[in-house]
Design a protein around this ligand. Structure first.
Ligand SMILES: C[S@@+](CC[C@H](N)C(=O)[O-])C[C@H]1O[C@@H](n2cnc3c(N)ncnc32)[C@H](O)[C@@H]1O
Length: 261
């Protein structure tokens, strides 16, 4: 997976792409992250990448020319067919909200171009005539697109083969599995009187699996009941949820399970 990031602040990426899982994946050649300074595609001695808004208004707007040139230059080494398969993503609070479904869609591409806006935003022609995707990482406004780009790089990388080791199976993660994950514990088993549930110390794998599944269902019901609508639930799962008094989804009432009331 190749990430190409257009930004006015290349130094913002120095830490994140060097450390942890991402840094190791880059060293092993599983990922590449190219940081492109938008200013290097400006044509005046001041490196002017932004300008006043037509029509007046607060805040500067990123100019279209350096961004169009930078994207064209970035994709030019790729064969035409690959170029068309490259999502060109404009980070924007106005875009489609990022979720696991979108992460999985992006992860199937050979790479991504990520355009980080700043100040008041980016000239609209970038969105209408250059970007293939307009993505928001949530309903709040960031100062710039850099953190949003890092979120996308991190989330998409987890689905690049080899980046996450088998020991940390992404399919067991919250959301990816369709539910929230069960609680996790490590040593010590007793920390200032805060103890680990006995079942986890029992060595009884079937009971541990059942406890984890039930805690996962309980936690999902408490924190994200919306996920249960599309989760892959067995009859035992449904019976367990019904026992918790949950009658919120129609599928729960199928297969003979009645409301608790
Ligand atoms: C201060 S914001 C501009 C917001 C713009 N005035 C608007 O109302 O849509 C500057 C830049 O930060 C990035 N940004 C801000 N919030 C974001 C979000 N929730 N998701 C993705 N990018 C975001 C975008 O690249 C945006 O161009």
């Amino acid at each position: 997976m190749r990430f190409h990031v257009l930004t006015l602040f290349p130094e913002a990426f120095e830490g994140p792409v060097r450390h942890s899982m991402l840094g190791r994946a880059i060293q092993r050649g599983l990922l590449s992250v190219q940081i492109i300074d938008i200013r290097s595609y400006t044509h005046d001695i001041h490196g002017t990448a932004d300008d006043y808004q037509f029509g007046g208004g607060h805040g500067m707007v990123l100019k279209p020319e350096p961004i169009f040139d930078a994207v064209s230059d970035t994709l030019s080494p790729y064969p035409t067919r690959d170029r068309h398969a490259f999502p060109v993503v404009l980070l924007s609070p106005q875009g489609r909200k990022l979720d696991q479904q979108l992460v999985l869609e992006l992860a199937t591409a050979p790479g991504l171009v990520l355009i980080c806006g700043h100040y008041a935003g980016v000239d609209e022609r970038v969105r209408t005539h250059l970007a293939t995707h307009d993505i928001s990482i949530g309903d709040y406004v960031l100062t710039g697109g850099e953190l949003a780009a890092m979120v996308i790089i991190d989330a998409v990388s987890r689905f690049t083969p080899g980046v996450v080791g088998a020991a940390d199976n992404v399919q067991e993660d919250s959301i990816t599995s369709g539910l929230l994950q069960h609680p996790l514990y490590t040593r010590p088993s007793d920390f200032h009187g805060m103890t680990v549930p006995d079942v986890l110390l029992s060595g009884h794998h079937a009971q541990i699996d059942r406890w984890r599944r039930e805690e996962s269902l309980r936690r999902t019901l408490e924190n994200r009941p919306d996920l249960l609508d599309s989760a892959d639930l067995s009859l035992t799962d449904r019976a367990f949820l019904a026992g918790l008094g949950y009658v919120g989804i129609s599928s729960l009432l199928d297969d003979g399970f009645e409301s608790q009331e």
